[in-house]
Structure formats: structure tokens, C-alpha cells
Design a protein around this ligand. Structure first.
Ligand code: ADP
Length: 489
């Protein structure tokens, strides 16, 4: 099968979060399963050019419609970890992809709408006829709309679309001129059953358009799939997801074994696995030394997270204080985009400066994240919502016991040590339900009590989490089933 991934991110060359990891990991696994895969990305100036092999121009003078004009584009291609990627670039005065970063610009919707039209124009002109286009999140939601409204008639006749929702917190709600920009007819599309936003009738909801026009829609865990249809987590899209229930499902993300594997990880001082868990002790010492924590035999509680509303920042702040109050060590690695949250954590960092057991690193640091996973005993993940969550899956691979809120993908992957209907050999962490300090505190206390008083059981929890296969093998086969299904239906 020929699968075209169209996305705003692909790790490691253009990554802002989990989406980049998914596109990269899934593409590589599909290739390994013998499929033909190509990834289409904006040609950002911020791409990690050093990680792209054999970059060359493959198309020049691609004329992409833009309102009642054209914008000339160029297309490059190159290989990233064996996957062929195409980069759409334009030298227009808009400088759509020359902003030094992926997101966060005031015209993000215009930039990515333009990208959607450019990708389809390139496929048409270059004779590419994918069996399936796989799009991701609001940025590429206009691909199915443009395909079925315009490009099918022009020649992309048998192309099917699978659309993945990675985060309903970002839907792309914008004014209707976005439709005119890409050559779509607002009068035809601004209806309740198409792209009109459920809350604001004068706005376009791009994610809704992706849901309505795609052949199949999925989100990144079964539990989040249920939540966004049936609870406020749908953030206004519950009804449209219910209407399209017949083509909707959840596929749990995988993690990349080549990157996240304590037995082969080059970023950590001592390799280990479930049969050699003692190797973790060397990493605990190295983590303490790196962060300047005292070498004391206390449990190390970690946080590795974007410091964002979604991640339950108020509970994270409480968790830091509570871990210290319970005589644990605390290692936080986190970066905040929101200035208010950034300031709160900067103050907390100041207050804990010099504390022998507490260190807050306010940065994005991929390498340090490996050392933290390798050295920590527990990790706090009190998310308000969590579509899938890679952090808990990575943590468990490294023998870190998650203390997580029972939402979304966390509920699908963390099985409570005390309260679970599953056998003990499958239990791997601690869950709490309420978004309250007391609920988090109770879960933390259960975990820390086990660490202190029943270390052999704690060790078993670690091993249980490490033994689960979280590779891309299974999810990639599930996506292949979806692709095969939509090719014939
Ligand atoms: P999200 O995509 O919502 O941020 P996920 O749990 O799906 O959350 O993925 C988070 C990924 O980003 C994990 O790989 C985690 O290790 C990594 N990460 C988060 N914050 C940082 C940070 N400050 N430094 C390094 N890696 C981070």
C-alpha cells in the first residue's frame, strides 16, 4: 500500500510534542511491514537539516492557488531514518514556513491551510496517487475537505483519507476567509453538518471538517475516544463524533523501541532491563549527581512534562511540595509556553534553590529526560485530559512507576497496584480520579509506602511495567487494518 503521511510535525526533524513522535514511529513501522510510506511536511527553516540525508530539489514552480492568485512553491525531498520526506517551501512575502518555529504564529491557520492545498497540488502534478492519505490534527484537516471538494474531480480519484485526532484542545477555529484562501466555497461548507463551528456559527472549525470529510477518524487511545464522544473532553465536538460513530475508533500510540530502550540507551550511564533492574541504581546515583541532589536512599519522584494547563500544573506544584514533605527527592524537567505558568514555576524554582532533595530544571532537554527516566522511581502525571500520553509509557519502559490521573490514555495503560480487576502481574502504577490535591496525595502516599515498606512488591510493579510490549508493531497493524478497510468501503 502507498501511504502518504501529511503532518505539521515529524520527529526528530520537526518536533514540538507527541505528534512528531507518532508520525515518525508509525511511518518507520509501516515501512518495516513492507508498505510504501512518504511523509509531507512544511519546509520550515527550523527543520533539523543535519538529520536529513540526501536533500535535493524534486519540483520547482509548483503553483499553489491562494485566494484569486497563485503562490510559487518548491518541493525538496530527503531521507529521515530511512523514511522519504517531502518539504513544501515558498519564497512568497508571507514567508509561511520561515518563522524559526513550527507553531505559535498569529497566522498559523493561514500557514497550514496553504500547506494542505500545496500538498494536494503537488500530488496531482507529480502523479502521486496514494492509496491512503493519513492526516493529523487541525493543521492538516483541510486535506480531506479539499480532496473531496476539488481534487477528486481533478484526478485524485481513488485516494482515501484516515484522520487522527491527537488533541481536541486545538481545533483550528477561525474566520471563514480561510475557505476562500484555499479555493473552497463558504456558502456550501458553512453548514451545521459540515465545517461550521458548533459554538460560534460565524466561525469555521477545521477539525470538524476533517472529521466530516475523512473516510475514517481515530484518536490515540480507546479511552479518549470514548471520552471525547461522551464527556466535556470532546470540547464541543461530541455531537459530530457521535454522528460519525460508524467511522470512528481509538488506536493506542506506541513508543519507538530504538529511542526508548534502557538496555541500549546511549544517553544513560548504565544499561538495564527487567532481568537486570539493579542497573537502575547506577542511574539513580548519576541522576542525583547531575542534578546536585544529595546521595541519600530516598525514593526519587520525577516530573517530565510540558508545563501546560492540560498537564494539571496546579497539581504538579502541589505534588512537588508533597514529595518533599514526604521526605522523597524530586526531579522536575519541564518547559512552559504560557508566561503565567512559566513565572509560577520560576518562583517555585527560586524557593527550592539549594534544597538538598529538590531540583527543578525549567527547559526542554531530551538528553536529561533519558537520565531522569533511567534514575527515577516514580513519575507524577496528574493530567486534566490526556489523549494518549507517551510519558507514562516511556517511564514504565525504564522501570518508573507512574502516579497518574485516570483519564484518556493514562487509564488505558496504567493499572492500579491496589485497585484493579487485573492480576497482580499486570499492575504497574497508581491511579486517582479527582482533580484534587487530596486525591493526588493519597495515590502518592500509597506508592511511597510500598517503596519504603514492601520494596519487593514495588520492584514487581516496576518489572510488570517494563515487560509490556509498547512498540509500534501492534498499533501499525491496527492502522493497516483501517487503511485496508477504507480502501474497499
Ligand atoms: P504531550 O505530547 O501532550 O506533550 P506526551 O506524554 O504524549 O505529551 O509526550 C511528551 C513527550 O515529550 C515525551 O517524550 C516526554 O519525555 C517529552 N517531554 C516533555 N517535556 C519535556 C522536556 N521539558 N524536556 C524533554 N522532553 C520532554
Amino acid at each position: 500500500m502507498y501511504i502518504a503521511m501529511v503532518s505539521a510535525e515529524c520527529a526528530p526533524i520537526a518536533k514540538a510534542g507527541g505528534l512528531g513522535d507518532v508520525v515518525h514511529g508509525l511511518s518507520r513501522e509501516l515501512l518495516a511491514l513492507g508498505q510504501e510510506v512518504e511523509v509531507f511536511l512544511p519546509g520550515y527553516d527550523s527543520l533539523r537539516h543535519d538529520l536529513i540525508e540526501g536533500r535535493r530539489e524534486v519540483y520547482r514552480d509548483l503553483r499553489v492557488p491562494y485566494f484569486d492568485r497563485w503562490i510559487d512553491c518548491r518541493v525538496d525531498s530527503g531521507e529521515v531514518d530511512g523514511v522519504t520526506c517531502f518539504f513544501i517551501e515558498s519564497d512568497s512575502p508571507h514567508r509561511f514556513f520561515q518563522r524559526g518555529r513550527i507553531y505559535g504564529e498569529t497566522d498559523d491557520a493561514d500557514r497550514f491551510a496553504f500547506f494542505c492545498r500545496a500538498v494536494l497540488e503537488f500530488m496531482l502534478i507529480s502523479g502521486r496517487r496514494p492509496d491512503v492519505i493519513h492526516c493529523h490534527d487541525w493543521q492538516t484537516a483541510l486535506v480531506p475537505v479539499l480532496l473531496f471538494e476539488i481534487y477528486q474531480r481533478l484526478g485524485l480519484t481513488d485516494v482515501r483519507v484516515c484522520y487522527s485526532l491527537h488533541n481536541l484542545g486545538y481545533q483550528g477555529v477561525v474566520g471563514e476567509s480561510i475557505l476562500r484562501q484555499v479555493g473552497l466555497d463558504p456558502a456550501r461548507l458553512m453548514t451545521a453538518d459540515r465545517l461550521r463551528d458548533p459554538a460560534n456559527p460565524s466561525a469555521v472549525n477545521l477539525m470538524k471538517g476533517g472529521i466530516v470529510f475523512s473516510n475514517f477518524v481515530n484518536t490515540v487511545s480507546p479511552r479518549y475516544a470514548w471520552e471525547i464522544q461522551n464527556t466535556e473532553q470532546g470540547m464541543g465536538l461530541q455531537a459530530v463524533l457521535k454522528t460519525h460513530d460508524g467511522k470512528f475508533g481509538g488506536v493506542l500510540n506506541g513508543i519507538d523501541d530504538a529511542v526508548w530502550n534502557p538496555a541500549t540507551d546511549r544517553h544513560i550511564p548504565e544499561p538495564f532491563d527487567a532481568d537486570r533492574l539493579d542497573g537502575k541504581e547506577v542511574n539513580r546515583r548519576a541522576l542525583r549527581a547531575y542534578l546536585g541532589l544529595v546521595q541519600d536512599d530516598k525514593p526519587i519522584v520525577a516530573v517530565v512534562s510540558r508545563l501546560d494547563y492540560q498537564k494539571g500544573v496546579h497539581l504538579l506544584r502541589f505534588g512537588i511540595a508533597h514529595a518533599c514533605a514526604l521526605d522523597c527527592q524530586l526531579a522536575l524537567l519541564g518547559a512552559a509556553l504560557d508566561p503565567v505558568v512559566a513565572e509560577q514555576f520560576r518562583r517555585l524554582q527560586e524557593d527550592t534553590e539549594g534544597h538538598p532533595d529538590c531540583r527543578l530544571v525549567l527547559a526542554y532537554d531530551e538528553e536529561l529526560s533519558h537520565l531522569i527516566y533511567a534514575g527515577a522511581d516514580m513519575i507524577l502525571i496528574p493530567s486534566i485530559y490526556e489523549p494518549c500520553g507517551l510519558t507514562q509509557m516511556i517511564a514504565m519502559k525504564y522501570g518508573v512507576v507512574p502516579i497518574a490521573r485516570r483519564v484518556g490514555g493514562l487509564a488505558d495503560t496504567v493499572l492500579d497496584a491496589n485497585y484493579s480487576d487485573r492480576p497482580f502481574e499486570e499492575r504497574n502504577g497508581y491511579l486517582f480520579d479527582d482533580l484534587t490535591e487530596s486525591a493526588l496525595a493519597a495515590a502518592m502516599e500509597r506508592a511511597i509506602d510500598l517503596w519504603r515498606n514492601h520494596p519487593e512488591y514495588f520492584r514487581q510493579l516496576q518489572i510488570n511495567g517494563m515487560r509490556v510490549d509498547r512498540s509500534w508493531g501492534r498499533p501499525a497493524r491496527q492502522y493497516l487494518d483501517i487503511y485496508s478497510h477504507i480502501r474497499v468501503h
